[in-house]
Structure formats: C-alpha cells, structure tokens
Write a protein that binds this ligand. Structure first.
Ligand code: SF4
Length: 247
C-alpha cells in the first residue's frame, strides 16, 4: 500500500461538557502525496470518529471556514498538504483568541463584531449614479491586496493583542476598513475613521507582523494599520491648520 502513516494529534474539547477536557486524541492515517489536512479530517470523521467537529465548505481556500492552527501556525486546512511537513505527527488546534465551541470549531462572534464596527461596505453620499461607478485600474490597484481577504480569521488568531485586550479591532477589521478607505468610490467621512484612532484600533497594533505571516491570501493587515495611521495623522494636521478634514 502506498503512502506514509501520519499521526494526527487533535485537541478535543466540548463546551457542553467542560469537565471532560481539553485533551488530545490521536488518529493514525495513511497519507498519499497530495492529500490536504482537510481531506484527512474528513476521512477521520467519516471512517474513525464521527464526533470530531471542524468547519469546512469550499475546499479551495476561498470560503475561509477551515482555518485552524496546524503545527503551531494558523492556516487553512484545505490548502495545507500533509506531505509539506517532515514530521509525521501533525498537531491540530482551534484558532486562539476565540472561545472553543467544540474541538476545532470556535465561536467567531468577537471577530464578526469587530468586523461589523468598521462598516465594511461602500458608503456613498452622492446620489446613486445612472450607471455603475467607474474605477480606474490604477485606483483598483491601491486596494488590491485588501480585497483578497476571505475573512478566515487566521490573522485574528495569530495576533497577540486580542488575548490581552478583547476590545481590540484586530487585523482583519482594520484591513477591511483600509480597503474601503482606499476605494475611490467610497465617500465615508474623515470622522468615521476616528473610531479606530485609539489603542482599540490602529494604535493598539504591536506591529509584530504575525498577521502577515498567518494570512493564506497574502493580505498584509499591518500595511492597513500603517496606512490608516498615516491618514489619521494627516487628517488631524489638516484640521489643525484649518484645511479640509471633513467631519
Ligand atoms: Fe484571513 Fe488574511 Fe483576511 Fe486575515 S487578512 S481574515 S488572515 S484572509
């Protein structure tokens, strides 16, 4: 039989039966070249242990559902090949900074709450145009990387700040805010950016770049933090000298 035997060491916990855990379960699986961590999880659940809980959907690094910690680093199970690890033991744990509901499934409410706070949609003040709003290729490029975010929360799990300050907006929310702040069609006011002008927002970032390392879509949330900081300082300067600075 081809393939190699890997041991999957998976953190188990059930918030409905907290006295039983957390603890690790071990599953031995023969893995052929090309199998992803998600494929193995589906096999474990189908063939060995139907009680194992994890999220998944698209299987193509598009929906962001299968984010988890794989051998110590947040990543998507569907884009991680088991064979990419030399060690034949793969450790799977839930994303940090969120409560575990069951096994690898976390309660993403804090992540979504922060996301909602930044108003992650196009805000217009001008009347709706007759046709679509034109955006030049050059303007689109400014926000390219942030558009790629799939809201998987790998960056939120990798960030050290929410662990000590659950009120911190987090990398994905700040990246999404910068995505709309940079959008040539968006007309949000300078005052609306003020909501992240404190240590719960852009000034709370430790700039350790862990979000960048964790992001499976090559988004660089720290760039958003730096960009927003610059905009906020510029806006303050404009207000101080009495030019611009819409409120
Ligand atoms: Fe996931 Fe990257 Fe978006 Fe964070 S910035 S939610 S890691 S895709």
């Amino acid at each position: 039989m081809s393939g190699e035997i890997y041991t999957f060491k998976i953190l188990r916990y059930d918030a409905q039966s907290p006295d039983k855990g957390p603890y690790f379960d071990y599953y031995k699986i023969r893995v052929i070249t090309g199998l992803t961590v998600l494929t193995v999880l589906l096999r474990i659940r189908d063939e060995l242990d139907g009680t194992l809980a994890f999220r998944s959907s698209c299987r193509s690094a598009t929906c962001g559902s299968c984010a988890m910690v794989i051998n110590g680093l947040p990543n998507l199970a569907c884009r991680t090949q088991v064979g990419s690890f030399q060690d034949k033991t793969i450790i799977l744990e839930p994303l940090p900074n969120m409560e575990v509901i069951k096994d690898l499934v976390v309660d993403m409410t804090p992540f979504w709450n922060m996301y909602e706070k930044v108003e992650p949609y196009l805000i217009r003040k001008s009347p709706n145009p007759e046709k679509e709003i034109f955006q030049s290729e050059q303007d689109r490029k400014k926000m390219d990387q942030f558009v790629n975010c799939i809201l998987c929360a790998c960056c939120y799990g990798a960030c050290p700040v929410p662990a000590r300050d659950p009120g911190y907006a987090g990398p994905a929310a700040l990246a999404k805010l910068e995505r709309f702040a940079l959008d040539s069609r968006d007309e949000r006011s300078a005052a609306s950016l003020e909501r992240v002008n404190d240590d719960k927002g852009v000034w709370g970032c430790d700039t350790l770049f862990r979000c960048i390392d964790a992001c499976p879509k090559e988004v660089r949330p720290t760039d958003a933090v730096v960009g927003l900081r610059k905009t906020l300082v510029k806006n303050k300067f404009k207000r101080t000298i009495g030019i611009g600075g819409k409120e």
